[in-house]
Design a protein around this ligand. Structure first.
Ligand code: MG
Length: 381
């Protein structure tokens, strides 16, 4: 037991020494708590999803809730296998999150700084807490986040609709079935012959413009540039991650000569990665599951704009929970690739809408703008 005076004196010394932030915080007796809870939820894909290097039919997810004085904020972690997180690792991380010292959910910077310091990685787990906290705080304010940030709902872009790697027949079929969004996104990154077959299969079904994601699949810079020039002639509007993230010099060579914007995805995770990408890529693809959530994603948009870079916001396969959170930022980006909720068969939220023309439709619902769907058989006509 120490006296208040000595406690304050020690505290001031520690503050000067820069270690104050790692001290346990005193809990105010009687103040309401912010309660964290979660459960694993496996996302089922409508179609087998193929990208360069892998394919799958499910994605592991964890649904998160933060409750404060009867108000509930929803969050989500989605873990495609290549990110190195799993439902188990996310739950293990969430088990380490102790919000007891925090009694004011509006201290978002304090709370999310603490969550970020718990471990080095675990970006999707961190994002689930970030999204739930934004939802909670937005609900306590009574406004959606795009309005709190000062964005206009009219400025939302249309979302891409992704066509995964498949046989030419299946690709043509999926393209015909795709909603009438203005821009498709085609997954390439195999051999030039296979990639051209994919694009011709899309072209056999539609003349709509499309974006290409090579997912680091191209291995030689001159062949990659040849492909990009061919794609530009075919109506492609941008190319994402043409080569390995370990080949920045080759990517910079391509970007300097490319007729299309070249966007970073795998080369980029968090805010601090952006400065090194200036001059290497035309722009960045921000995803909440890579960058720990909305707080950092907003900072990344501002940082990229400062460097004169293009911005797109993307997603993993996610329910409308994380998609609607990302959509709150969409009025500030050039392109949105937020179709992850449309690709799953078991969405449990109603959230951001999409017009028949693919435009993201933000609502006036507070927070991230979602409500849980009633369980099957309840409240449905
Ligand atoms: Mg990508």
């Amino acid at each position: 037991m120490v006296s208040r005076r000595s406690f304050l004196r020690t505290g001031a010394a520690l503050l000067t020494a820069g270690v104050w932030r790692s001290l346990p915080r005193p809990v105010r007796a009687g103040a309401p708590a912010i309660r964290l809870s979660w459960y694993p939820y496996e996302l089922k894909l409508r179609h087998m999803f193929g990208v360069a290097g892998s394919s799958r039919t499910t994605t592991q997810g964890v649904q998160v809730m933060l409750e404060y004085e009867g108000t509930v904020g929803y969050g989500e972690a989605s873990m495609p296998p290549y990110l190195g997180e799993s439902a188990a690792s996310v739950q293990e991380f969430l088990g380490r999150v102790d919000l007891a010292p925090f009694r004011d959910p509006f201290e978002t910077e304090e709370i999310l700084d603490y969550v970020d310091r718990i471990a080095e990685n675990n970006a999707a787990a961190k994002a689930s807490v970030d999204i739930a906290l934004h939802d909670l705080v937005g609900k306590l304010i009574g406004r959606p986040w795009y309005r709190i940030w000062g964005y206009s709902a009219e400025k939302t872009p249309s979302t891409f609709y992704t066509i995964g790697i498949d046989t030419p027949e299946k690709v043509a079929e999926k393209t015909k079935e795709a909603p009438a969004f203005p821009i498709l996104k085609v997954k390439l990154g195999r051999t030039p012959k296979e990639d051209r077959e994919m694009v011709e299969a899309v072209r056999s079904a539609t003349d709509r413009p499309f974006a290409v994601d090579a997912n680091q699949g191209w291995t030689e810079k001159t062949a990659a540039l040849d492909m990009i020039e061919w794609l530009a002639d075919k109506g492609c509007v941008l190319v994402e991650q043409p080569m390995s993230k370990h080949r920045p010099d080759d990517i910079a060579w391509i970007t300097a000569r490319s007729p299309l914007p070249v966007m970073a995805d795998e080369s980029l995770q968090r805010l601090w990665d952006i400065p090194a990408l200036s001059g290497v890529f035309s722009g960045i693809n921000i995803k909440l599951m890579k960058c720990t959530g909305l707080r950092e994603a907003k900072k990344m948009i501002d940082a990229a704009r400062t460097l004169g870079m293009k911005v797109m916001i993307g997603c993993m396969t996610e329910t409308s929970c994380a998609i609607s959170a990302a959509a709150q930022l969409s009025p500030a980006v050039d392109w949105a690739d937020l179709d992850g909720n449309l690709l799953i068969a078991n969405d449990i939220f109603d959230g951001v809408g999409v017009s028949p023309e693919g435009k993201l439709l933000l609502s006036d619902r507070p927070g991230i703008g979602v409500v849980p769907k009633p369980p099957d058989g309840e409240g449905r006509s």
